[in-house]
Design a protein around this ligand. Sequence first.
Ligand SMILES: Nc1ncnc2c1ncn2[C@@H]1O[C@H](COP(=O)(O)OP(=O)(O)OP(=O)(O)O)[C@@H](O)[C@H]1O
Ligand SMILES: [Mg+2]
Length: 442
Amino acid sequence: MKTKILIVDDEKSQRELLGGFLKKKGYETVVAGSAEEGLELFEKDCFNLAILDIKLPGMDGIQLVGCLKELDPDFPAILLTAFGTVESAVRGMKAGAYDYLTKPINLEELLEVITKALKHNELITENKLLKEQLREKYPGEILSESNAMQQVLDTMAKVAPTDVPVLIRGESGTGKELAARTIYALSTRKNEPFIAINCAAIPENLLESEMFGYEKGAFTGATGLKKGKIEIASSGTIFFDEIGDMPPGLQSKLLRFLQDGKFYRLGSTVELQSSARIIAATNQNLEKLISEKAFREDLYFRLKVITIEIPPLRLRKKDIMPLANFFLDKFSRKHHKDIDGFSPELRKFILNYSWPGNVRELENSIERAVVLTQTNLITMDNIGYTEGAGFEKPVTLEEVEKKHIEYVLNQTGWMLNEAADMLGIHRNTMRMKIEKYGLKRK
Ligand SMILES: Nc1ncnc2c1ncn2[C@@H]1O[C@H](COP(=O)(O)OP(=O)(O)OP(=O)(O)O)[C@@H](O)[C@H]1O
Ligand SMILES: [Mg+2]
């Protein structure tokens, strides 16, 4: 499709000159003798750029720029001014014109400005598109500056469009629920319901009826039919939070549902079908629960095909300050406070503290600090920790290093590249240290 240019000038000779010239240069042109006529054409047609004379009978070129910008905020317009009327050119630029040229028009210069304006507009459009794609890709506000979190997000984006179950693991407060919601938001089921069940918060018999529903009279108190969450989530997503706390009896029922999508309401012999997609999360050590017979191994195998492990905050230091700033901003707005930032001493603390409660702990302590601070700076006094808290007593540096490397290796399932990446060292250095400390996979 040819680039279409709207030319508005009340002088016929000028319109013809510009129109003829631009046509020869390969552009499609449409001319108008007044701003009103130009505006009418603009509303009916689709233009890439406009060249507007400022001095027009009736509405002038500057007002017209304003109108065009209202209809399309990014639309590029070039103004033509008579010699010696810089004042009006300035007003035109303020109204949103891309550039202006002084009459008599130098045609080569005009061509240059047109090319630049079109290029500029292309960039704006591309940028907007990219931003939109990004927003679609990672909705919500999952912050991820660290490589580790970037990888987690990438995996989430990859598994989201499929229907396979996902198991999300991570210490408490690392963002497991946020991850589940993000996977859902990225999935093709995003317009269907997202239904969460917290397996730790509900007693066993209630949990069962929450999951599968019941018929009238299924038990004392079942005064009417109730659909379970698996049924309600049918074409949507169901999130089993704290799956490690699901009682074994229910685990086998869930497993049966996972195998063929079939289930029964309590007190019913009619087999029902649901295509709900399962996302589960836990901060528990499922392998340990299995060895204690508290978690079914077959369910575990079914769930863990796609496992997303969210690393603890202390192992993704790059995320800490961005998250801290994000929460500072969020809570300053919520509590109507004008806060500039953290004191240097506090920044150091935030970065080095071990954050056993992870992002949730960081979030809570920043909200508390925002509420408590009397000045526009948050300091150690506001955050509610004493310096040195949360740090294990250092023994020798080597011991600390050994322990930390071992921890990171276990966290990454002994993926050397990933572990080296997290620690910010080279893979070879990693190998050397593993050898030096005699670390072994357990
Ligand atoms: N990467 C992140 N970016 C922004 N906010 C985050 C991020 N990770 C976690 N949060 C926020 O931290 C809080 C805790 O997250 P979430 O509830 O998802 O964690 P969780 O792992 O489910 O915790 P728990 O184990 O305590 O249930 C939430 O308010 C969440 O929005
Ligand atoms: Mg949670």
